[in-house]
Design a binder for this molecule. Structure first.
Ligand SMILES: C[S@@+](CC[C@H](N)C(=O)[O-])C[C@H]1O[C@@H](n2cnc3c(N)ncnc32)[C@H](O)[C@@H]1O
Length: 215
C-alpha cells in the first residue's frame, strides 16, 4: 500500500461505516469483500443517488449489500450469488432488511440473460473473467440515468501493467482491458476509473441522449 492510500485509509477510518464483525469474518474465512475505501465510495454513491432498484452481482456474505441498503432507506436490492453457503450467510446478514432485498442463488450470467427488469444502480463484483461477457446484458438492464459501478477493474495493478500479470490470469486481464475499453468508448456511458481499492469504474448510463465525448 502506498503512502497516499495509507493516508486516505487513515482519514476515512475516522468515519463509522461498514460492519466490522463481517469484515473480521471475511478476513478469517478468506471471503473477498470490497476494501474499506471502496466501501466508503459505494455508500456515498448510493446515498447521493438514492436508486430505487439496485442490482448487485456477487453477494458474498452481504457486506456491500448491507452498506448500500443502509445508505438509502428506500432502495430495493436484488443480489446474485452462486455459492450456496454465502447465499445463506448473506440472508442472515441482511435479515433486518428482508423486505427490501431479494436473493438469487444463481449464475449471474444466466440471470442477466433472462432478466427483463431495469435497475437504477448496478454494482458488478462477481467473477472478474466474466465482466466483458456480462457487459451487453448489463447495458440492457440499466434505466436511463443509472449508475454502473464495477469493482476490481485494476486487478492489483496488472490491468495497467504496473505489475506483471500473474500466471493463468492473462486471459482475465486481457478481457478486463476490453471491458474498460468498451465502457470508456461507449456513447451511452460516461465513465471514470478510480485507483481506489482494487480499482473501481463508475459509469452513468444515458440511453436516450446518446452522449458523445465532445462538449
Ligand atoms: C468479491 S465477492 C463479492 C463481495 C461482495 N460484493 C462484498 O463486497 O461484500 C464475489 C462473489 O461473486 C460470487 N460469484 C462468482 N461467480 C459467480 C457467478 N457466476 N454468479 C454469481 N455469483 C458469482 C462469488 O462466489 C463471490 O462470493
Amino acid at each position: 500500500m502506498n503512502k497516499t492510500t495509507e493516508f486516505i485509509n487513515y482519514m476515512i477510518s475516522k468515519q463509522k461505516f461498514g460492519d466490522s464483525k463481517l469484515e473480521d469474518y471475511a478476513k478469517e474465512h478468506y471471503v473477498p469483500i470490497v476494501k474499506r475505501d471502496t466501501a466508503n465510495l459505494l455508500r456515498i454513491l448510493v446515498s447521493a443517488t438514492k436508486p430505487k432498484k439496485i442490482l448487485e452481482i456477487g453477494t458474498a456474505i452481504g457486506y456491500s449489500g448491507k452498506l448500500m441498503l443502509q445508505a438509502s432507506e428506500d432502495s430495493f436490492l436484488t443480489t446474485l450469488e452462486i455459492d450456496y453457503d454465502r447465499y445463506v450467510f448473506a440472508q442472515k446478514t441482511l435479515k433486518k432488511f428482508a423486505d427490501r432485498v431479494e436473493f438469487h442463488l444463481c449464475d449471474a450470467g444466466d440471470f442477466l440473460l433472462n432478466c427483463d427488469e431495469k435497475y437504477d444502480f448496478v454494482f458488478l463484483d462477481g467473477p472478474k473473467a466474466q465482466y466483458l461477457s456480462y457487459l451487453p446484458s448489463i447495458l440492457n438492464v440499466l434505466n436511463d440515468g443509472a449508475i454502473f459501478v464495477a469493482d476490481n477493474v485494476l486487478q492489483e495493478g496488472m490491468t495497467a501493467g504496473e505489475i506483471p500479470t500473474k500466471h493463468k490470469l492473462e486471459s482475465t486481464i486481457e478481457r478486463m482491458h476490453k471491458f474498460l475499453d468498451i465502457i470508456c468508448k461507449s456513447k451511452e456511458l460516461q465513465t471514470t476509473i478510480l485507483p481506489i481499492g482494487d480499482g473501481l469504474s463508475i459509469s452513468i448510463f444515458k440511453s436516450s441522449e446518446k452522449l458523445t465525448n465532445k462538449n
